[in-house]
Design a protein around this ligand. Sequence first.
Ligand SMILES: [Zn+2]
Ligand SMILES: [Zn+2]
Length: 265
Amino acid sequence: MYNFLQLGQWDLIGNSTLIVLTNRRSPVKVLRNQEKGTLTLRPSSEAEAAVLREIQTSVPLGEKLHYEGRGGASPNDPVSERMRISFALNGGKFDLLATTDEDEHPVRWTRDAIYFSGGGLTLLGHQEIDGLPVLDFTIAHCKLCNKPIISMGECEWKTCNACKDVCNHEYERGMVHGGSAGIMAVGEFCAKCGRGKPEPEGARKKSQIENELLVQRELGVHVLYANLPLGMGPTDLVQAKRFARRLERARKRNQSADGGKRSSA
Ligand SMILES: [Zn+2]
Ligand SMILES: [Zn+2]
């Protein structure tokens, strides 16, 4: 059973990071405690406390506030609009948003973790501090030990880091991403905890395009580039590069042929 966070544990120690989010009116302080797997929302004004009070009085412990998507997809949007994530609340919505560039990443990590765990914010507990409601949430629970989890890696596999560390890995081949794999690669990962198999020492690092070609060839996943003309993928890019090299060679041959003609004239 989950225990409430104690007041003293709100200090920034260990794996905790303080991030400040706001609803549309005023900032809410959010304490991200990686070790405990909790996001603690603490209001900084009465106006904002009203939102948390509504959650406190109407949402049962253990219930999920479902993720309703994000706003502001463009990096040119003002920062307060760029990373806004919404949650359902009693037929309305509750927003968390980054108001500074610094806050954008923690909000993005929270969004990514929620995206991978396929849910929202689960209310774990609440308490009164200085007459204001302070609420503890998590994103998912470890499928093995039920510990609350908030990081993307843990949420994607619903496995906490402690359970990953003691896993008897069963590796299989498939799509991997993140870390040295970049956006995507073919590699081996554990089917139980999701941890990638370490690369052998001194292995040559493949380029992104090599990885994408392997993903296409081995896994049959068709890779397309969003920043190239519609329907173009790594195979087209390799062909385009080959074609460009061929043109360049032809151009040089023509140049030297022209030069030969001129010198003989
Ligand atoms: Zn666990
Ligand atoms: Zn494993």
